[in-house]
Structure formats: C-alpha cells, structure tokens
Design a binder for this molecule. Sequence first.
Ligand code: HEM
Ligand code: HEM
Length: 189
Amino acid sequence: MNKNDPHPRWALGVRLLHWLTVLVLAFQVIVAFGPMKGPGMSTMNWLPVHMSVGVTILAVIVLRLGWRAFTKAPAQPYSRSWHRARTVFHMSIYALILAVLITGWLGYRPMPFMPPARLFGDLPVPLAPSVGPLSARAFAFIHAKLVWILLGLIGIHVAAALVHLAWFRDGVMRGMSFGRAGARSASEQ
Ligand code: HEM
Ligand code: HEM
C-alpha cells in the first residue's frame, strides 16, 4: 500500500453496483411514497412497477454480494474492532434490504376479481407461501416498518460517508467513487 494512498478503491464492479443500488432504491422509495400513495386504485395500479423494481433490486444485491465475496475491501487504517463494527453495520444494510424484499413478497396477495400483477409487464409473480399465523396484510405492515429502519440506517451511512469526506478526509469516500487518476483498485492488489 502506498503511503499517499491509504484507502485504495473498491473494485470497479463493486463501485458500479453500489451506485446502481442507490439509484434503483431511490427510484423505488419515490414510487412507493409518491404515485403508489395516490387516490383510488393507485396502490394496485403501481404495484406491478413496484414489484418489478423490487426484483431488479434483488438481482443487483445478489450480484453485488457475489462480487463482494470475491473482492478484497480496501485496506483501512482503523482498529480491528472498528473495522468489525463497520462490517456488521454494512451487513445489516444488506440484511435489511433482503428482509424488505422478502416481506414485500410475503405481503402480496392478488386482489379478488382483478388480474394478478405481472413482473416487467409479462412474468407472473410466484405466490408467496403462508408463513405462521401472519396474514399477507401483516407482512405488508412489517414491510413498511422495515423500510423506515432501512432508511434510518442509510441516513447514518450517508452521514458517516460525508463526515469521512469533509472531516477526516481519509479517502474513504474516494474509495467508492470514480474519476481522478492515482487510485489503485482493490482488485488490482
Ligand atoms: C427494497 C425494495 C422495496 C422497498 C424500498 C419497498 C418499499 C415500500 C413502501 C415504502 C411501501 C408503502 C408502505 C406504506 O404504505 O407506507 C411498500 C408497500 C408494499 N410493497 Fe414494497 N418495497 C420494496 C420491495 C417490494 C417487493 C419486492 C414487493 C413484492 C414482491 C413489495 C410489495 C409491496 C406490497 C404488497 C406493499 C403494500 C401495498 C398495500 O398497501 O397494499 N415491495 N413498499
Ligand atoms: C441506497 C443507499 C445506499 C446503500 C444501500 C449503501 C450501502 C452500502 C454498503 C452495504 C456498503 C459496504 C460495501 C460492502 O462491504 O460491500 C457501502 C459502502 C460505502 N458507501 Fe454506501 N450505500 C448507500 C448510499 C451511499 C451514499 C449516498 C454514499 C455517499 C454519500 C455512500 C458512500 C459509501 C462509501 C464511501 C462506502 C465505502 C465505505 C468503506 O470503504 O468502508 N453510500 N454502502
């Protein structure tokens, strides 16, 4: 590791998938709190879009975790326990996204007398199994609550990234960014 480059970058694939997650998740939240909350049948009308975006998020997260499993994280100048705490925090974000996706699926039941939602305009949604005594309504409720916890964690995460950028100036933000030559990718080490 170069003295002037204490925090080399994440592998390009991990960086691309990180920012793709941000874009698709932001779009999902805008749809869920925007048009889906409209009057009348808005929720039902937007649910196919909501679920298709959800499946896209699932694909991005699975790809990202797979890529991540074969990638070294950039070396960080922190103590072992601090490094562990960050890893646990990041893993909680992944786990929560998966929990939101699963509870969303468990919370979906096609409306009687209405055609069931189709993914990407064409694919049928596999019907989720019944789990314990909880109804689909209960899972939709849990789904909505978990989204708030996820948004809370993401808020802390973004605040931490900005503190690194503006206060510590230790290159953590640069490790997840593009542009500016001079930084080696983690996969190149
Ligand atoms: C990370 C991805 C997702 C996010 C951030 C998300 C977010 C949300 C939000 C904010 C709501 C509205 C909650 C409220 O009424 O306050 C909602 C409702 C819902 N979502 Fe998701 N969702 C995601 C993925 C999914 C997936 C993959 C499915 C199904 C396959 C799904 C199914 C549902 C259902 C059934 C509702 C309830 C609609 C109703 O009120 O009847 N969601 N979601
Ligand atoms: C939807 C929003 C976001 C999610 C779900 C998310 C998730 C994550 C996760 C899980 C990691 C850990 C990488 C890994 O171990 O695989 C990470 C790293 C990182 N994220 Fe985000 N992130 C989000 C938004 C942002 C934003 C808006 C920023 C910048 C303002 C940011 C900056 C960073 C940085 C700098 C790292 C690298 C941290 C390090 O090297 O230890 N993230 N992000």
